[in-house]
Write a protein that binds this ligand. Structure first.
Ligand SMILES: Cc1ncc(COP(=O)(O)O)c(C=O)c1O
Length: 408
């Protein structure tokens, strides 16, 4: 039956990886592969109370069809928060609620990408975004990320060489998968380049509030002068991913078009959940909640960095993120992290990570992997990294050294 599937579905087959991950779901394995929050940190009782209050207050109307753009009072709260937490002035009319950041990415891709249209993605980038973009069959141009975020010099030469580029996708805050944050200077350069080359920017920032040290940088949208930046974020990492609630902030013409597209896809996000989140925000201090989870995640990040410092060989590099969910590991050139995972790391160390290749649009870079620390206990983080380090010590002693590589 697969021969009847649309070509776009078959384009980037990740069945190899799916097979590896299926095999990794064994209780003796320690998986650093997911991008999950710690479930102990979900405000379960407060959310339960918020759902009950939302239903009590609205009565039967809460179960009726409602607006595609989403509950006005929640959009207003998000608009207010955008001003205080991201330096973005927005009205509720410029905010739409979506089913997670993932739907927001899909909607923006659907709005801008015809088949073969040119777009820029970071290398590496969030693999779920690649999966969403792949459906629209764009032509990708990859711009590397370093410790200050997307390399805007490389972006400039890419835009000059390919004036047909329409869209730039970036994760500027605690980047998935490298954990790095784009500097304020590069954010300004990025907007200036988008203006110069008539390009839209999709700023995807679900980790923005999860800062464990240092000072926040204004959103890219803060520097937007021509309505070119579409900002998206989500409650998944700061409240719960099961709420499936994210949001888009965009200029009016873009917002109008996105509302039309969402209406054709799912009519609206579930109104009961939107009303419950609105209630939660009205009666709880979400910043206090975020401060609590940041404290916990900071301890986990520190545990992972300490273990990496102690157990990984000196030929391996890794990032030291100031927040977010992930650390990126760069292996010496020539090491294929996916083959290593399948053949040695999973069967011998019983540890899983996300190998580099599926996180690059080109699928060409193989010598790296992403580690998540938020979903594990500090004991599992330490022993998983120790097991992985032991394997790397022996494997890297015998590894070949060809060319194609990625390094911070
Ligand atoms: C960078 C990035 N964008 C978007 C998402 C989508 O998250 P959600 O749909 O749960 O909001 C994720 C999830 O891991 C992510 O890492």
């Amino acid at each position: 039956m697969k021969n009847l599937f649309a070509e776009r579905v078959l384009r980037n087959d990740t069945s190899d990886l799916n097979e590896i991950f299926k095999n990794s779901r064994n209780p003796e394995n320690i998986s650093f592969a997911g991008g999950f929050p710690d479930k102990q940190l979900f405000p379960t009782q407060a959310l339960k109370a918020a759902y009950a209050r939302a239903i009590d207050q609205a009565g039967p109307a809460i179960f009726q069809y409602a607006s595609t753009q989403g509950l006005l009072s929640l959009r207003q709260k998000i608009a207010d928060r955008m001003a205080t937490h991201a330096g973005v002035q927005a009205t509720a009319a410029n905010v739409m609620l979506t089913q997670g950041g993932q739907q927001a990415i899909d909607l923006v891709a659907k709005l801008f990408l015809n088949r073969s249209d040119a777009m820029v993605v970071e290398g590496p980038t969030y693999m779920g975004a690649l999966a969403a973009f792949d459906t629209y069959e764009p032509t990708y141009y990859e711009v590397p990320v370093d410790k200050h975020g997307m390399d805007t010099d490389r972006l400039r030469t890419t835009l000059a060489a390919h004036p047909e580029i329409k869209l730039i996708y970036t994760v500027p805050d605690f980047h998935n998968p490298t954990g790095t944050t784009m500097s304020a200077k590069r954010r300004q350069t990025l907007v200036a380049l988008a203006n110069q080359y008539n390009v839209m920017i999709l700023e995807d920032s679900p980790y923005r509030d999860l800062r464990y040290s240092g000072k926040a940088v204004p959103a890219i949208k803060h520097y937007d002068t021509e309505g070119r930046v579409i900002f998206i974020s989500s409650f998944s990492k700061i409240l719960s991913p099961a709420l499936r609630t994210g949001w888009i902030v965009a200029a009016t013409p873009v917002m109008d078009a996105l509302v039309g597209l969402k209406s054709a896809i799912d009519v609206q996000s579930p109104n009961v959940t939107l009303a419950a989140i609105d209630q939660y925000l009205a009666t709880n201090d979400i910043d206090a909640h975020i401060a609590t989870i940041n404290q916990q995640y900071r301890v986990k990040r520190d545990a992972m960095l300490r273990a990496l410092d102690r157990y990984f060989p000196s030929t391996v590099n890794y990032t030291r993120p100031a927040g977010g969910f992930f650390i990126w590991v760069t292996l010496p050139a020539g090491i294929d992290a996916q083959a290593l995972l399948r053949d040695v790391v999973l069967p011998q160390a019983h540890v899983a990570y996300v190998p580099a290749s599926c996180q690059f649009a080109s699928r060409q870079v193989k010598n790296g992997f992403r580690l998540n620390y938020t979903s594990l206990s500090t004991a599992d983080i330490t022993s998983g990294v120790q097991r992985l380090g032991r394997i790397l010590q022996t494997q890297l002693a015998v590894a070949p050294q060809p060319k194609l590589s990625f390094q911070f």
